[in-house]
Design a protein around this ligand. Structure first.
Ligand SMILES: [Zn+2]
Ligand SMILES: [Zn+2]
Length: 733
């Protein structure tokens, strides 16, 4: 407790800040939320320690307000440790926590609109549907225009028209704070099988005993992991603790929410990036005042101001969406474990394809390993086989029956035969290709010119539905040139994206009803739900999609999964390529045959003997893991070594080069670690910033962070240069 009048250090949610000194006007604890002004602007910060600026008393300002709520001492330690680990400034970590700018303000009056279910407008365009989906994601709660725009990402014009046409109607502003405090009960409507029960008992003992532990719930989709962690959640919740269930946004489905509700008698409080500002504020406050004690959320839910947190579940722990890459670099799973360690409570990780980091921690005895082997409901596993593309060449197709135009196909006759048989039986087919758009390369037939983004050094993909070229890095669009801009000859499209696979299916199976699933078409959960309903109602014969398809859904009549290009990603640019390919293919394979009819999975590949492919066909995940982990062990790659990437960016190449030279000449002498670079980043230009990379590599026990800190402190960063630090990078572009 600091007495009134004490000079304290206040940490502000700011990228560079490590705290400023202020004078308390009443007693306050460490972690207490306060309002202060910096250059006449008000900020919310937290009391972070005793003041140490050494400034004269008269120069130190008073805090303007002291709030009754606070972060715990453990949370402050977490901020400090997370800052040490990720090399983000403590203020940047605090910004992740105070991510609701008006959390402490009274709700403002603003014009809100609700979706009018009685409207008579017939034309539901794609952007209008996105607006409707935005309402859906917020339980049809009225929204301000800025909320609608932020969540649906449509233009202001679309919203204006919808208001004019009566699709959206103005309602009085809501000034009340909404309560999300549900009273959960154990509905006791689930019987666990023996395996589930013993896993639940083991975790239950950890919860009852208290203290830090990490357990991996390891089992394929349908093995009943969810009910085991629901059981644990109940044990912690009913003991008065708060419980956080983390999952990737894409796994947060209506199916999941219904299961939660049926188990606990009320819906979960849901936290993700597409909530209205008012809802974010209400949930944030509800967590802070301890009313919300159970919540389901994405990565950022970890940073809510939790009170008395007693259990975190990280579902799909291997998923790359846990890694944050724009506003600071951290891994949600690792930071959850760190938080649990500091506050002394258990963590449950769940996955069908655990990360190699987690498997390594199990080998070392740091994490427990709870395996669920049986498939719930006893459905048979699909058979997985390869189609050797060297033998079974993809067959060309006619674009339409009127012309003689033929295009190179992506599907072999063998796969087409299987598709035909499946369709005859009125069963469904899923085709997986991890590439959006129609053709990834647009190139001149004569001089070799390739359409590239002017702001990023990557080729632009032709999107047929959009009718344009699209940059997958920055989102810039351009019209498809009719002739080569350099030599005026014809251009051709090369490579295969999912829109092209759809064209091929239409050409070869004119009666098949198809649907495309990618981040282009599935911007919202609502869109995904509609698609799931259509699949379940049998309105789709062939579903074609990217990795979004690999997750979560259960389609009983889906009996054939075809992977169009299994090799894509196998020979990727970094040491995680094989792991990610395996995880994706393994999950895709899990989509088939989950109902009564047994399923088949066919992998088209030029490399049927590749260890990743043979391991998938044998259904042998552990063999793959051992083999890939051995390779990493001998190459000293994570988790058997550590990496920190330093990415330097500037808009002027000369400035970039000079600063990199400066850094290179200041590389310290070190044992047990080496610094490589600078090299041009694989994508040299992004949004018109040029990029160079350094890579710091060290063995498992090396203390790389202090080294990087010391190195970077030797140079001063010019204002027109950005330095990004990525500890344990997942992305090497
Ligand atoms: Zn040309
Ligand atoms: Zn671009």
């Amino acid at each position: 407790m600091f007495k009134s009048g004490t000079i304290v250090k206040v940490l502000l949610p700011n990228v560079v800040n490590a705290g400023y000194d202020y004078r308390l006007t009443a007693d306050a604890d460490l972690g207490t939320f306060v309002r202060v002004t910096v250059m006449n602007r008000a900020y919310i910060g937290v009391v972070y320690g005793i003041g140490d600026s050494g400034l004269e008393d008269s120069k130190i300002k008073n805090v303007s307000k002291i709030f009754p709520s606070k972060l715990s001492v453990c949370d402050l330690q977490w901020i400090k440790k997370m800052s040490d680990w990720t090399l983000m400034a403590p203020g940047a970590v605090l910004r992740l926590i105070i991510n609701v700018p008006d959390a402490f303000d009274e709700p403002r009056m603003e014009q809100l609109y609700s979706y009018n279910f009685e409207h008579t407008e017939k034309k539901i365009t794609e952007s209008r549907q996105m607006v409707i989906d935005a309402f859906d994601l917020n339980d049809n709660e009225p929204m301000s225009v800025s909320d609608i725009q932020n969540i649906s990402r449509v233009s202001a014009g679309v919203i204006k028209t919808m208001i004019a046409r009566g699709m959206l109607t103005p309602v009085a502003s809501r000034k009340v704070v909404q309560s999300f405090a549900y009273d959960y009960k154990d509905m006791e409507n689930i019987t666990l099988n023996d395996e589930q029960q013993s896993a639940a008992d083991k975790i239950g003992a950890d919860i009852a005993h208290g203290g830090f532990s990490v357990n991996l719930l390891d089992g394929i989709t349908g093995s009943g992991k969810t009910q085991v962690y629901f059981d644990a959640a109940w044990r912690a919740y009913s003991a008065g603790k708060s419980v956080l269930l983390m999952m990737p946004e894409i796994a947060l489905t209506t199916q999941f929410i219904k299961r939660f509700e049926s188990r606990f008698g009320a819906p979960p409080v849901v936290w993700h990036s597409n909530l209205t500002a008012a809802r974010r504020r209400d949930i944030w406050r509800g967590v802070l005042n301890g009313e919300i004690r159970m919540l389901v959320g994405t990565r950022s839910a970890l940073f809510l101001p939790w009170q008395n947190l007693g259990l975190i579940v990280v579902d799909e722990e291997h998923d790359s969406s846990y890694k944050q890459e724009d506003m600071g670099n951290y891994h949600g799973r690792d930071m959850a474990i760190l938080r649990a360690k500091l506050s002394n409570f258990p963590v449950i990780l769940a996955s069908a394809t655990p990360s190699e980091e987690t498997m390594h921690n199990i080998e070392l005895g740091r994490f427990g390993h709870l395996v669920l082997r049986s498939r719930y409901g006893g459905a048979e596993l699909p058979t997985i086989e390869t189609i050797d593309l060297r033998e079974h060449r993809p067959v060309e197709y006619k674009v339409d029956s009127k012309t003689e135009d033929v295009r190179a196909g992506a599907l072999s006759q063998k796969l087409c035969d299987e598709i035909a048989t499946t369709l005859e039986k009125h069963q469904q087919v899923m085709l997986f290709i991890n590439r959006r758009g129609f053709a990834p390369i647009v190139q001149c037939k004569k001089c070799g010119w390739v359409a590239t983004c002017p702001d990023c050094s990557v080729g632009m993909t032709y999107h047929k539905k959009l009718g344009k070229l699209l940059c997958h890095i920055c989102g810039r669009t351009m019209t498809l040139p009719e002739k080569c801009p350099d030599c005026n000859n014809d251009v051709s499209m090369r490579g295969v994206g999912l829109e092209k696979v759809e064209e091929e299916i239409h050409a070869k199976f004119p009666d098949a009803r198809t649907a495309l699933v990618s981040s282009d078409t599935m911007m919202s959960r609502g869109a995904l739900e509609r698609l799931v309903a259509k699949m379940e109602n049998g309105e789709i014969d062939v579903i074609i999609g990217t990795q979004i398809l690999a997750k979560g859904h259960h389609f009983p009549n889906l009996t054939l999964v075809g992977v169009v290009d299994s090799d894509m990603g196998l020979f990727g640019t970094d040491f995680r390529s094989a792991e990610h390919t395996f995880q994706q293919l393994f999950q895709v394979a899990g989509r088939a045959g989950r109902g009564q009819a047994p399923g088949r999975v066919m992998l088209q590949t030029y490399q049927p003997e590749h260890p990743v492919i043979t391991a998938i066909c044998a259904g042998n995940r552990d063999e793959f893991l051992h083999c890939d982990m051995d390779a990493r062990r001998s190459a000293k790659m994570p988790p058997f070594g550590q990496l920190i990437a330093i990415i330097i960016e500037a808009k002027k190449e000369a400035v970039l080069k000079k600063f990199c030279d400066d850094l290179a000449s200041n590389i310290p002498n070190i044992n047990g670690a080496k610094i490589m670079g600078p090299v041009m980043a694989q994508i040299y230009q992004v949004r018109s910033w040029f990029r160079m990379r350094f890579l710091v590599a060290g063995d498992e026990r090396a203390a790389l962070q202090p080294l990087v800190k010391m190195w970077l402190s030797r140079v001063s960063v010019p204002a027109n240069v950005r330095v990004k630090i990525d500890v344990n990078p997942q992305n090497f572009m």
